[in-house]
Design a protein around this ligand. Structure first.
Ligand code: F6P
Length: 340
């Protein structure tokens, strides 16, 4: 059996640990061989594929990024299942491990529906996939965001300024919620909850009146009350999803104008996806990798490995990709008690 592995969509810390876990277990326990597909679905449809022997994955679990490269190529724009089947046959590939987020796994699900033997592994810093309690990459992103907010707070305090910090997360507010709680933010703005500019100003002024430098954490997908569309000035990606970013820069001058408090904004951007994975993400990613290769050997096509509580389980790709895992209102309410 030759198993193909690809990493697709936005990278995130932990991808290499999945690759290592899958290849070592596949080699040692199942005596399978592997090929590495370059840059996600692009490498598959363009037949850019190389052997991935066990010695190539040594020492990988602590390495950020992905040794296979990634892209946001949509296979359905490049021949779809027919092309994928042809290339897989050329390499005598009997199964595929696709490591990706919502866009990648939706493509994997469609390919599986058309008979391609694929198993999914959920990754994303956004933590927005249903059917798994956590995705690896999220813990690292929250740690980076928290440390950055801590740093921004000291400069804001020196200058008696308000600081608006924009974090990633696409259409859900998990990174903002967790990093905001961890750093003691005075307001956390997420896509799931409507908040007016007046309310944000009230929290900012409350913090200022206590002698604090107000810190507002805003998720890139936040839409202020009364505004119709998410802030996405850079168009759509290959999966037709808006490219987000920039709401923090819009919010900062509006807050400054209404409160009179000098305000700066910082967008953390891709810093949240870079560098070494946290210990938690290395462990989760390694467990996902070893479970994924078991699922391939068992021919559990159309499934995804998933974390349920503390166990790794196998779930249907459909259940993972049809509904986004959003922040429940009560989770934000818990945090909002401490705003201002
Ligand atoms: O899905 C991960 C993510 O980092 C989102 O949080 C963000 O909106 C997007 O990817 C950024 O994508 P790109 O790397 O293509 O700019």
């Amino acid at each position: 059996m030759t198993i193909g592995i690809l990493t697709s969509g936005g990278d995130c810390p932990g991808l290499n640990a999945v690759i290592r876990g899958a290849v070592i277990k596949g080699d040692r326990i199942h005596h399978e061989s592997f090929v590495g597909i370059k840059d996600g679905w692009r490498g598959l449809v363009e037949d850019d594929i190389e052997p991935l022997p066990r010695y190539d994955v040594r020492g990988l679990s602590r390495l950020g990024g992905t040794i296979l490269g990634t892209s946001r190529t949509n296979p359905f724009d490049h021949g779809g299942a027919a092309r994928v089947r042809e290339v897989m046959a050329g390499h005598e590939m009997t199964g595929l491990i696709a490591i990706g987020g919502e866009g990648t796994l939706t493509a994997a699900r469609r390919l599986s529906d058309e008979g391609i033997p694929v198993v999914g592994v959920p990754k994303t810093i956004d933590n927005d996939l249903s059917a798994t309690d956590y995705t690896f990459g999220f813990d690292t992103a929250v740690s980076i965001a928290t440390e950055s907010i801590d740093r921004l707070r000291t400069t804001a305090e020196s200058h008696h300024r308000c600081m608006v910090v924009e974090v990633m997360g696409r259409h859900v507010g998990w990174i903002a919620l967790h990093a905001g709680i961890a750093s003691g933010a005075h307001a956390i703005l997420i896509p799931e909850v409507d908040v007016s500019l007046e309310q944000i100003c009230e929290w900012v002024e409350m913090a200022r009146d206590r002698g604090r430098a107000p810190v507002v954490v805003v998720a890139e997908g936040f839409v202020p009350e009364g505004v119709e569309h998410v802030h996405a000035p850079r168009g759509l990606d290959a999966f037709g999803r808006p490219r987000l970013g920039g709401i923090g820069e819009q919010l900062a001058p509006a807050l400054e104008e209404k409160t009179g408090i000098e305000t700066r904004s910082a967008t953390l951007g891709h810093l949240q996806r870079g560098g070494v994975p946290s210990a938690y993400d290395r462990v989760l990613a390694t467990r996902f990798g070893t479970a994924a290769v078991d699922a391939v050997v068992d021919k559990q096509w159309g499934s995804m490995v998933s974390l349920i509580g503390t166990d790794i389980e196998s779930v249907d790709l459909h259940s993972a990709t049809t509904v986004l895992k959003t922040v429940p209102r009560e989770r934000w309410d818990e945090a909002a008690i401490l705003f201002g």
